[in-house]
Design a protein around this ligand. Sequence first.
Ligand SMILES: [Fe+2]
Length: 350
Amino acid sequence: MEKSKERYVAEAMINEYLKMKKGEYLAITADQDSNFKQLEAYLEVCHENDVACTILKTATPPGQSKAAEATVPVEATKEFLMNVDCWIDAGSMGLLYSDIYEHVMENNKKMRYMLTIHLPTDMLYDMYCSFHVEKMVELTNLIKKRYNESKAITVRNSDGMDITFEVDTNNFIAMDNGDASIPGMYTPPADINFIPKQGTAKGTIACRVVYAASQEPDAISDEPAFIHIDEGRVVGIDGEKNASEFLNNWYKKFEYDKNARMIAHVLVGLLPGSKEIASYCVIDERIYGAACWGIGHVSALDMPPEGQPSDTHVDVICPRITILFDDQVIMENGEFTCPEFKTIADVMVK
Ligand SMILES: [Fe+2]
């Protein structure tokens, strides 16, 4: 019988990514809108490998992160998750940066957390089964090494983006490269995320898509909106009408919040099969050679010691970037041009 896509994804997830071993425990958090056919496949692969797996299902919550806790028995779930090795967050909204997440990631030192939300299996298949993991690991490790050796990073694109920030090697560099075998937070591959030195980003972000509240775009256009940054903070928004109006109105709601307009991260998408805007946040963040700038909340785990706590986190998508580590061009118009990166990227696709 032909193997189903659910089965391919489950084998990749349990064996290749999380590298779960006999005797380990997996918890899957889910709700009424989760992709249960996929979750059953995880359960099946776990069972065959003597990994004990439990699915914790609740009603669909009204929002993501802290708002996703509305339908969850919070303290009981914390206790449950304190006693497992891996956690797949497959609820339709996701518990990332909720109180449950912060508590468990802080106190369960062995936890490998994987956020998939309720993505359909076709999307999971494209993400988890489309590249050679060892090559992606090699590429992201090289990017991380060269980033940490740099003093300043510049990101540009043909829409008029031109922004520079300083490197802070104390900030955590998250990589979703297919290896989720050591404790930490993981989202679907593939990307690498940098958190600029606080207060140093200066220039202009030119974006095509805005995600402020959910996985669906709050604004999307063929024309760029411009977010002007000084000392790591949004100081003005103009350009494409819908996006700039949306963002200006959004920030009116957060006048009280001192970190709402602060730069949070820049994530570089590395998913080889994804080149166009899909109008779905988790996919668009991973578009090959695109940047996703985050503005607002950063967890203390990612930016020690205190993080950048805020009640809002906005992500904006900027296709086909050029990126410079100090004066060296690494990527140009969304493709690696620097030979040491290009040779790996060229053989990465399955
Ligand atoms: Fe973000």
